[in-house]
Write a protein that binds this ligand. Sequence first.
Ligand code: PLP
Length: 391
Amino acid sequence: MKPAFPTLPAPHIPVAKPRLPEAHRLMPYLERLDQSRIYANIGPVCQELKERLGKHFDITEGGLALTASGSAALVGAILAAAGRRTNRPIALCASYTFVATLSAIQCCGYDPHLADIDPNTWALDPDALRRHPRLHEVGLVAVTAPYGRLPDLDAWARFRRDTGIPVVIDAAASFDVLERLPRAIPPDLPVVLSFHATKAFGCGEGGAVICTDPDLFLRVIRATNNGFFGARHVIGDNINGKMSEYHGCVAMAALDYWGATLWDYKQTAKAYHHAANANGIDAMLRVGGDTSYAYALLHTSTEEQAIFVRDQLAAKGIDSRFWYGRGLHRETGFGPFDCDPMPVTDSLSHRLLGLPFYADLAISAIEEICKTVAQAMEIIPIEGVQNVGRP
Ligand SMILES: Cc1ncc(COP(=O)(O)O)c(C=O)c1O
């Protein structure tokens, strides 16, 4: 049987090619560990990283809690904002997200209920969810920022205040978007970031929760630090979700070179737009803007077009990805979950194709990708071929 999501074993152009700081850039930080002999528990390196990132995002109230992964950050944010499953056992979540959003909900004891997304924002719609028939059972809403596209945080803060239902923002891929399009983070919304190697800013495995409310921030620290804060006295449901000092070293070095990395992303984005323009596909391409530099997305009108493009790229050894699959409601080995009708997710999930994007993607590769896309879409002809005969 043909797999639903084929991946190329040895692509000539991979869909992602993370580039973390080279070993020599880590050395000054690793040598600090030799001196401090503190390797965990948010030691001096992570303390400094926390301060630097706090300044980076201009957080003046609350703070930024460093975690072992975006998933650990999600669990910490949920435990801090909503606590473990209560007498309102349902957690609303988009089907159009990475599996980790839902897994974190389950880890905190909630029963996920998958909801459809808004066709324009690709995210849950706070106004639609106010009218959700199961709202009286809902103890948590986890809102994904798809591909880093941040939802309307003020609208979610109003939802939280009006309904009393805690909201967690899964902004796993939003590091560069938050910086490019800075938003005031309302005090009652914990915002989760992932520093996974595949994200625009990565340290291998890592993450963070940004909170602008000092009490909520304290609860996130406790929830990701075995329930401790200041004293060896456990308070509240918790995990060990802390970032190690080793990962802190990688993140510090990544932050030192973030300006250069960003410059490379911008050049790649510029080259993409140039090649997309030359091949007549710029209107379909999303690179930069309100989505993260971790992605280049081709937004087609039909699923058949996207699948044909994917196959044509694959034939040339160029990998691509439907990053969130067909939505979690279509996962065959996971669930089933309670689920609303999914017309938007069903339609969008196979019309947003992730194209290769990384900091040092060669201009010649970008030109080849855009030309192949344009040929598959019959925008430009294939040399010597009259009609592509797309299905
Ligand atoms: C939307 C979303 N949420 C959560 C996560 C989980 O982050 P991590 O892999 O750092 O645990 C990811 C990671 O890809 C993600 O894309």
